[in-house]
Design a protein. Structure first.
Length: 254
């Protein structure tokens, strides 16, 4: 069976290594990188040659519109990060949500702290929804205010913010989830002391050093990726992954 990851760019992705760690004794299960700028080209490659694939930026929204069947969480997010062929249909799932919810759950049990999410892409929306379902107040900030406003209003109860409002409201948040792919100037001015900071980007993270200096609790993108892989690979393959090997593989990059 062939599996893979579609997106642009994905050459840096650690997903193939995690997949091999998850299924070390099954050489017939392969995992490729489907790196295409054009979503339709990437989607056709999936249809032509793969049983299931992970979907990453910037294709999560477009892939959602292609699937025949989606679960409740996926329909709430309008985004998928896993697509799978089954019984003649294409199914869509969102393991981003389940992964970040698992990371946030211990914090929510201790104290339902206010959450600020910076970004409004697929990972950011998954994080915001997970926090909301854990009954934590949520603010979401994005450069495209119309996009974040529409998302927050569709969910109800979330507060949409422009990026230039982040500094005004960040002190209210005990948890900061940075889900932009690149560092922006604003990051240098954010007060992080006492906060829990989750960063989605594991390729070029911009917050580890600042969190160490401020004494903030930092949860790196590799932890989010590892949780996503552990649940996502089972959805894709129908086979239980070797979770401990996946975690050990990820720990090498921390």
């Amino acid at each position: 069976m062939k599996y893979g990851l579609m997106g642009w760019p994905v050459a840096h992705s650690k997903s193939p290594e995690l997949f091999r760690a998850a299924y070390p004794d099954n050489p017939e299960m392969t995992y490729d990188l489907i790196e295409e700028r054009d979503f339709e080209v990437a989607w056709q490659r999936f249809l032509d040659g793969y049983q299931a694939v992970n979907v990453t930026a910037p294709f999560k929204d477009a892939a959602f519109r292609k699937v025949d069947v989606s679960d409740t969480i996926t329909r709430e997010l309008f985004a998928v990060n896993i697509v799978k062929k089954h019984n003649g249909h294409i199914y869509g799932y969102n393991s981003d949500f389940w992964a970040i919810q698992k990371l946030l759950e211990p914090i929510a049990k201790q104290q339902r702290r206010r959450v600020m999410v910076i970004g409004c892409g697929g990972a950011a929306k998954a994080a915001a929804l997970a926090a909301q379902k854990l009954r934590m107040p949520v603010m979401v900030a994005n450069r495209d205010f119309a996009k974040v406003r529409d998302f927050c209003f569709s969910r109800g109860g979330m507060v949409p913010l422009r990026l230039d409002q982040v500094e005004e409201h960040v002190q209210e948040a005990g948890i900061l989830i940075y889900a932009l792919p690149l560092e922006i100037e604003l990051v240098e001015r954010l007060p992080l002391a006492g906060k829990v900071v989750v960063e989605a980007n594991y390729k070029n993270p911009c917050l580890p050093e600042r969190c160490r200096e401020a004494g903030a609790t930092y949860i790196p993108g590799f932890e989010w990726l590892t949780e996503q892989a552990a649940s996502g690979y089972k959805l894709m393959t129908g086979v239980e992954p070797d979770v401990e090997r996946v975690k050990a593989c990820s720990a090498l990059w921390l």
